[in-house]
Design a protein around this ligand. Sequence first.
Ligand code: 9YW
Length: 404
Amino acid sequence: MDVTRAAAILDRNWLGSSTVPSRSLYPHQWSWDSAFIALGLRHLSPARARRELRTLFAAQWADGRVPHIVFDPGTPPEAYFPGPGFWRAGRTSGLVQPPVHARAVLAVHEAEPDQEFLAALYPKLVAWHDYLRTRRDAGGRGLVAIVHPWESGMDNSPAWDGPLARVTPSTGFVRRDLAHGDAADRPSDEDYGRYVRLAADYRDSGYRAFGEFVVEDPGFNALLADAELAMAEIADALGLPSSGHREAAARVAKALQETLWDSAAGFFFARDVRTGALTPAYTCAGLLPLVLPDLGVAPALLATATGPRFRLGQVHGVPSHDLTAADFDPARYWRGPSWFNVGWLVRQGLLHHGEHALADRLRDDLLATAEETGFAEYCDPFTGEGHGTRSFSWTAALTVDLLA
Ligand code: 9YW
């Protein structure tokens, strides 16, 4: 495959200072999407990759949070729900998404060194991670808690079913997503009602209070630890002390292994902070700690990844949910299908842990599936059939990165 088709998608989805995940379904800028998009753009136009990240960080809040959506002023408000009128936070939402940005900033700099860019983004990344560390440690275990399923980036993950069950769904709103996506591929109405209720409650607390959904997600926290490792490299490149970042990464990695690792299961589970219990679902978020090079439990986690629950290397991509679970659904969003960003992250992890043959197989599969599905949002792990929207930006961008 050559990069032409993927590059054309990124061109079509470019708004002038940022990229939409999808022209139809997601017509604004999303936080972690922009980081993945920048990883691809850096090979096509480093200047555009820098612009993508600068635009996102221009919308950073005074408290350091990087909002999960930055609304495009040129797009009609009714194009996406919940839009700016719902959030009442200027041109952004008030939630966050996984902190993959430091890794992206570093990678963009490596593609084309730019000290000015790095120096401008570094303090913003420090403030972002400080916000997570100081304002989100709801459980007091040195881990970040998310306050909404959207914050995980894996909206309807089965790991959220328990904590979400406490939330009374909102009604009386109109879903815009169903106009652009097959209802069988999207979250259910009931889940969507709960998302809206949680977001409204959080908004009404001034985006401060921990509500009914408070969860320590292994994926989010592993990506924060990895981001701190990237920060150490950024600090080195800027000639600044970097040891604080390495220690921060080690602290999060230690807390992950001490509090979310289940050695009998060989897996990382999310913790429901309200009950204190681990949520029992094996989801792809529990595989993301593989991105950490010093992960002591990596051999056991790799055994789970290649075992019957995820069958890494034998199915398409990395299934978002346990293939053996009764509620595994190969088409519905984060309840089974394989997503390309997770595949890309797990491939990084395989490389860190010396699994080169498996990493190559995963790469070849991701590239073939991306092309065959028209750069779908996600795919059926068994058949490779595309689901969700097509011409999806991070699928295209990560294809570009894998081809580089
Ligand atoms: C939604 C934009 C976002 C991603 C998330 C994904 C989805 C938004 O789309 O959430 O409307 O459900 O779950 O990870 O950032 O691509």
